[in-house]
Write a protein of this length. Structure first.
Length: 354
């Protein structure tokens, strides 16, 4: 009996440090991960700034932690770039490269490539930047069973402006808001873009859609109708609303344009239809709201004459406040949506460069 008990105790002592073969396998896997050439992906800059029509390089390089070489040589390197969406659950494919194979997707086709300045360079080059390119991009490098990622944000120089249609405030559902911005040479703004605009002084009491489906508005001068005069300045958040049924204004974002924005010198004032024809006769088109905001904010365009725009509104841009022309602040002044057939104004035109 004593001999049997002794054998049982010996068996237990040997079994305690190694509970089973599965544990041994796990021990081996952890050991390899800690001491092997672990793949690291690094973005040298977290934010890159550019403008519409420009070219940009989103930085991304990969290394192995315990070696000086870029790759182990046993597996092909696969590089994948995706654009992150605002709900963080979906990703939009941008570019994939493996060996000599290259593939770009959607609106990025023909505009993206890898820089490949060295064997460990996975940086993405984007040419002819579009307004829709703004956002966060993920660089993923895969080698065998190892992978790692880095995220880079592409910011665009531009301007955020509030927009409501001829029908008046709070008449756009989310999808109509998106289309309204596109029609005015812009895209629906992101929260980050609205926040930056607020920090630069944008103050607007009407709530508008943003690209993530939220409804917000920026206040720099608290007052009773806009959240209360005793509140602190900030971007007020209404939260997320039904994109089909809920109706608000919209905040649009536009950037540089490839063309010439100008006030057409004409011997007489014009109705809306006459204004459209006058721009066409001058080799241009009637300007859009996004174009007057871009010219005002990015080029310092200043004109005290009210003029028709493509959406039927009448506005004028003031960069140098003065008497009778926005005496208190620089702004794009909004006259309204006058009767197209009977009211007479000047016109702003836009001529695109080829």
């Amino acid at each position: 009996m004593k001999s049997l008990l002794f054998l049982v105790l010996i068996s237990a002592c040997w079994a305690e440090p190694y509970p089973g073969n599965s544990s041994l396998e796990r021990e081996r896997i952890v050991h390899i991960q800690e001491n092997g050439p672990r793949l690291l992906v690094v973005a040298e800059q977290a934010k890159i700034f550019s403008h519409r029509g420009g070219n940009v390089t989103l930085p991304c390089k990969f290394y192995h932690e315990h070696t000086s070489t870029a790759g182990s040589g046993t597996h092909k390197i696969r590089v994948k770039w995706t654009k992150l969406t605002y709900d963080y659950l979906k990703e939009v494919d941008v570019f994939v490269a493996m060996g000599h194979h290259r593939k770009s997707y959607g609106s990025y086709q023909g505009r993206v490539s890898l820089r490949e300045s060295s064997e460990n360079d996975a940086s993405l080059v984007i040419t002819s930047i579009m307004l829709e390119d703004y956002g966060r991009y993920k660089c993923e490098v895969i080698e065998g069973l190892e992978d790692d990622t880095a995220v880079v944000t592409l910011n665009l120089e531009g301007v955020v402006f509030p927009y409501s249609p001829r029908l008046g405030r709070y008449n756009l559902n989310f999808h109509e808001a998106q289309r309204a911005c596109v029609e005015q040479d812009s895209v629906i703004a992101s929260f980050d873009q609205l926040y930056d605009a607020w920090r630069s002084g944008l103050d607007w009491c009407n709530a508008g859609w943003l690209s993530d489906g939220s409804v917000q508005y920026p206040i720099t001068k608290p007052r009773e109708p806009c959240g209360g005069k005793n509140t602190v300045p900030g971007v007020r958040n209404y939260g997320f609303w039904d994109k089909d049924k809920s109706r608000y204004d919209v905040f649009c974002f536009t950037s540089n344009f490839n063309g010439r924005f100008y006030y057409l010198i004409h011997p007489t004032k014009l109705t809306y239809d006459e204004a459209v024809q006058a721009c066409l006769k001058d080799g241009s088109q009637i300007a859009k709201v996004g174009q007057i905001f871009a010219a005002w904010k990015l080029l310092g365009y200043d004109r005290c004459d009210a003029g028709w725009l493509a959406d039927g509104s009448v506005r004028y841009p003031i960069s140098r406040p003065r008497k009778r022309c926005s005496p208190s602040e620089a702004a794009v002044r909004f006259v309204g949506f006058p009767d197209k057939k009977h009211k007479l104004y000047g016109v702003y035109c836009f001529r695109a460069y080829n």
